[in-house]
Design a protein around this ligand. Structure first.
Ligand code: ADP
Length: 277
């Protein structure tokens, strides 16, 4: 039987433990906040000189006549763009971690958006000598326009489709879109990005949404990338009220399935503005 004294002692020690936990938790949150702030500051500081390099590179490109030098300058441009993409990922990642990513509400034409992403990314296909059909399949009840964050939705597609292109040599990459539900003030769209690429081993699938993970680290150099793309993609999808999951069979291909909650637009159908790349 427990005496009152014992009980009191127990309660005191429980209170003390929870106070310690509270302090540890606060310290962890503060250090996390500082880490995110640090990453955000660094990214910002690095971006400014990179943009200067890019700007002057573009000026040089216009004036260069000799082929060898043109090759050098083109390489500087490509490398600078890769660095800017990495910095962009780190900045997005730290913003998301700090809970500071806010969403925009703009008018979106989802078919044009997907076509545009395909068009921008397929420029690489010619240079890489890959034979891939790019296919879109929209169910007819998907509205032409809707309201959402077009930049972030574009980013989700760019990440998934550029991965699909990276890890597929031949076959197809298909984006399928269906309307899952529709009410007066909400649309739920369901998307699939289906590739016929190298696939992902079953035991690796769960790791893909963890920061900095790549299935095969030996191919990291070959394929490039920060290992943040899918982490950011998942967080963006979740922030837009959706879920994302993967099914994949090695050597057959992968399917990334995700949903998004959007708002219906009652406006007639204007053209979507093209974003500068
Ligand atoms: P990264 O920027 O390094 O590509 P991601 O988070 O976008 O980072 O992807 C993480 C890893 O998941 C990739 O390095 C690759 O191993 C695997 N992966 C992603 N998409 C595909 C795909 N469509 N097919 C095969 N593997 C994929």
């Amino acid at each position: 039987e427990q005496s009152t004294e014992d009980m009191r002692r127990n309660m005191d020690s429980m209170e003390e433990k929870s106070a310690q936990l509270y302090i540890a938790n606060k310290e962890a949150m503060e250090s996390n906040r500082l880490k995110s702030q640090f990453l955000a500051n660094i990214s910002h500081e690095v971006r400014t000189p990179l943009n200067a390099i890019l700007g002057y590179t573009k000026i040089l490109q216009k004036n260069i006549k000799d082929n060898q030098n043109k090759l050098y300058v083109d390489t500087i441009e490509q490398s600078t763009n890769s660095l800017l993409a990495i910095i962009g990922d780190i900045l997005d990642f730290s913003k998301i971690e700090a809970g500071k990513l806010s969403l925009d509400h703009s008018l979106i034409n989802i078919r044009e958006l997907v076509d545009d992403v395909y068009q921008i990314l397929s420029a690489n296909l010619l240079t890489n000598d890959k034979q891939i059909d790019l296919v879109t399949d929209f169910s007819p009840d998907v509205p032409q326009t809707m309201i959402g964050d077009s930049i972030r939705i574009r980013q989700v597609f760019t990440n998934l489709i550029s991965n699909a292109l990276k890890f597929t040599n031949k076959g197809s990459i298909k984006t399928k879109v269906i309307l899952s539900s529709k009410s007066k003030d909400q649309l739920i769209l369901s998307f699939q990005v289906i590739d016929t690429g190298i696939g992902i081993p079953e035991d690796k699938i769960n790791q893909l949404f963890k920061p900095f993970s790549q299935v095969d680290t030996s191919t990291t150099r070959k394929f490039g990338g920060t290992g943040l793309g899918l982490v950011i993609t998942k967080k963006l999808v979740e922030q837009m009220g959706g879920v994302i999951n993967i099914s994949s069979v090695p050597k057959i291909g992968s399917t990334f399935h995700f949903t998004l909650k959007l708002k219906p637009s009652n406006k007639p159908q204007p053209k979507q503005e093209k974003l500068e790349k």
